[in-house]
Design a protein around this ligand. Structure first.
Ligand code: SF4
Length: 440
């Protein structure tokens, strides 16, 4: 899983009836990753079906201490703005530290990550008898039921959960304690979900989860992420673009590599959970790959699919990291030919082994993160400059802005609608985004 909250900007979604801003419709604040964004859609449907009114659901993230601080800050703000509303806190921070939120006077209910996907929870919340804290042991959850969602907050692309939880124990990470063991959604249900979304007009679907490269390990037969991608593209021929969210490259199966090589509708963009570039750091993180494995993987995929673009998560300032070890992380950006960097200043998480290791001074953590971000700006600029003159197909997210198959942002003048795919010639860039001219 990406360790970064792929921060869906905190978005306030009123499920129905725009004419009463604080009226009957449930409001959902989503923090964190794409999986949280998907689950917020599910909760929105359950809450509306239960006739819940004047309720605010805060779907929290726990990946960094900053994410948890933001959750508490958002709750206090909501209480000021909505003194009468019922405030329900859920998500990974609530699952891992339920008492912390139950102790907040602003909070009415704390709901666990499994309970938040159960329609009965919302029927209960519609009464006055629902428990203040409904958080069970997430490690006991074995099933990941699929929830057929009709649509998504945006028209551009839809996220589909294929897997949840994680069986790994990276020394810096609390996600397994918020999400439980790895479990997969059966392929048939995933295909049905995607067919429904395509019939609803979506041209791009993103497969999401916590550790999606472990997809299928808990299912009968030989299910895998690669086999699933093939099944989706075979059984939903109308799907224009299939995108995979972040992967643990060391677990990528051969069917996935074959699909990357042979399936044009599988987007040539892979986001890797690399975390660091020095073998000793990777060992102390309890990652399952070494530096050479990551470089070899990127070289191999680039041979299979020359137009591929890579993104990666990288942590700066992991405990015991020396200047030399950090230089290896800077260097792996070039060695793997990365384009997009998600940079994390290391954040000690309570109860994790890394939090008990000798820490790098905060000022040094921040300095290294800044150097890594600078590196990220440079490699992105280099990549964008190399696209000059190319013809691309952009999936529009707004009337004037979209994403290429490689996930590069591109501005295209014209009157396209979110979700449209438009052809454009690249005529420039501003260091962060391409500039495209529409081709009729
Ligand atoms: S334990 Fe490791 S693999 Fe699992 S979610 Fe955390 S970082 Fe990802």
């Amino acid at each position: 899983m990406t360790t970064k909250t792929e921060t869906a900007p905190t978005d306030t979604r009123s499920a129905t009836s725009p004419e009463s801003p604080h009226g009957a419709a449930p409001t959902i604040l989503t923090l964190g990753c794409r999986l949280n964004a998907y689950e917020s859609e599910v909760m929105s449907q359950h809450a509306t079906a239960a006739g819940l009114s004047d309720v605010v659901i805060v779907n929290t993230c726990a990946v960094t201490s900053e994410a948890v601080r933001q959750a508490a800050q958002s709750i206090r703000r909501v209480r000021r703005e909505r003194p009468e509303a019922k405030i329900v806190v859920t998500g990974c921070a609530a699952q891992i530290e339920p008492q912390r939120f139950a102790d907040m006077a602003e909070v009415d209910h704390v709901v666990g990550n499994a309970e938040k996907l159960d329609a009965d929870t919302f029927a209960g919340l519609a009464t006055d008898a629902f428990a203040r804290v409904a958080v069970n042991d997430i490690m006991g959850v074995r099933e990941t039921a699929n929830h057929l969602i009709g649509g998504f907050g945006t028209r551009a692309r839809a996220y589909v959960q294929i897997q949840n939880g994680c069986d790994h124990r990276c020394t810096f990470c609390v996600i397994p304690y918020g999400r439980g063991p790895s479990r997969s959604v059966p392929a048939g249900e995933v295909v049905d979900q995607i067919r429904a979304l395509v019939e609803g007009g979506y041209q791009e679907v993103v497969l999401t989860g916590v550790d999606i490269t472990s997809y299928g390990a808990d299912l009968p037969g030989s299910a895998s992420l690669g086999r699933l991608a093939r099944q989706i593209l075979r059984h939903v021929p109308e799907l224009a673009r299939l995108r995979i969210s972040s992967i643990d490259q060391v677990e990528a199966d051969n069917h996935l590599l074959d699909a990357i090589a042979e399936e044009d509708r599988l987007m040539p963009h892979l986001h890797l959970s690399l975390q660091a570039g020095h073998d000793l750091t990777l060992k102390r993180m309890k990652r399952r790959h070494l530096r050479a494995d990551a470089i070899r993987f990127c070289d191999h995929v680039r041979q299979l699919r020359p137009d591929v673009a890579f993104g990666a998560d990288l942590i700066a300032g992991f405990p015991t990291e020396t200047e030399l070890m950090f230089d290896a992380t800077l260097d792996i950006v070039d060695a793997c030919g990365l384009t997009y960097l998600h940079v994390f200043p290391y954040s000690p998480r309570p109860g994790t082994p890394a939090a008990r290791m000798p820490q790098v001074p905060r000022s040094e953590v921040k300095r290294r993160a800044a150097r890594l971000r600078d590196k990220g700006d440079r490699v992105l600029g280099r990549y964008l400059a190399a696209q000059q003159g190319r013809t691309v197909e952009a999936l529009m997210e707004r009337a004037d802005c979209g994403r290429t198959p490689q996930f590069a942002e591109i501005s295209v003048s014209g009157s396209a609608a979110p979700g449209d795919v438009v052809r454009a010639r690249v005529v420039g860039h501003d260091g962060r985004r391409l500039e495209g001219e529409p081709i009729a």
